[in-house]
Design a protein around this ligand. Structure first.
Ligand code: CA
Length: 222
């Protein structure tokens, strides 16, 4: 059973994480300060650490830096404020393995936790492929042939959904609920708009419109 350490001072968030992780079979421990979190993390009993950046005593980057002095291996996922690009880059450079921006959906975090724990055993698990295209879950970049493309957070979430189901028809409703969560207007055309953005990057042949049903990521070859 996987042991996860949650270093987060906001009780609302840590209990949300604990509840979700426990119901998915994880064993969880919560620390509400950087000091306590670091002491627990150093104990070495954890398979993964979820680390908030805004902590009351020391910030998450300091915790990460000190933790990485002694442990380079245990995966750390940082929680950052939305669109805080500097935080994200600092975190990844400081030895974080991944990040999730607040506010997040539990499924998004769970997917990242699972990728990290799997990667521990097989490093290829972060690269999803469809034909000559691949999606790197770690850098969140899309690669086709020689071209590497950056994605916005939403584009990435959409691309990830497609790459996890290559060749499969995904309905608008499936896409909306997976990528936009509860936070969407079912009548909106966001899906079409974002599929358009991905087509611009991947090539217009990459995602096929299935009339009346939804979209399908093709198994693309050059
Ligand atoms: Ca906080």
């Amino acid at each position: 059973m996987n042991q996860v350490l949650i270093i987060e001072d906001e009780e609302r968030i840590s209990s949300f994480l604990e509840k979700g992780l426990r119901s998915n079979g994880f064993v969880t421990t919560v620390a509400a300060t950087g000091h306590d979190g670091l002491a627990l993390a150093r104990g070495g009993a954890f398979d993964l650490v979820i680390l908030d950046i805004g902590l009351p005593d020391k910030n998450g980057f300091e915790v990460l830096e000190e933790f990485r002095l002694g442990d380079k291996r245990t995966p750390v996922i940082i929680l950052t404020a939305r669109d805080s690009v500097t935080d994200t880059v600092t975190g990844l450079e400081g030895g974080a393995d991944d990040y999730v921006t607040k506010p997040f959906r539990f499924e998004e975090l769970l997917a990242r936790v699972r990728v990290r724990l799997r990667e521990d055993r097989s490093p290829e698990a972060t690269l999803l492929k469809a034909g000559d295209c691949s999606l790197d879950l770690r850098t969140r970049r899309l690669v086709r042939g020689e071209k590497t493309m950056e994605l916005s957070a939403r584009e990435f979430a959409l691309a990830e959904l497609f790459f996890r189901h290559p060749g499969q028809v995904l309905t608008r409703e499936q896409i909306l609920s997976n990528v936009w969560g509860y936070d969407y207007d079912p009548g909106s055309n966001v899906v079409d708009v974002y599929v358009g953005y991905l087509r611009k990057k991947l090539g217009s042949d990459a995602i096929k419109t299935m009339r009346g049903t939804g979209y399908r990521l093709m198994d693309i070859r050059d």
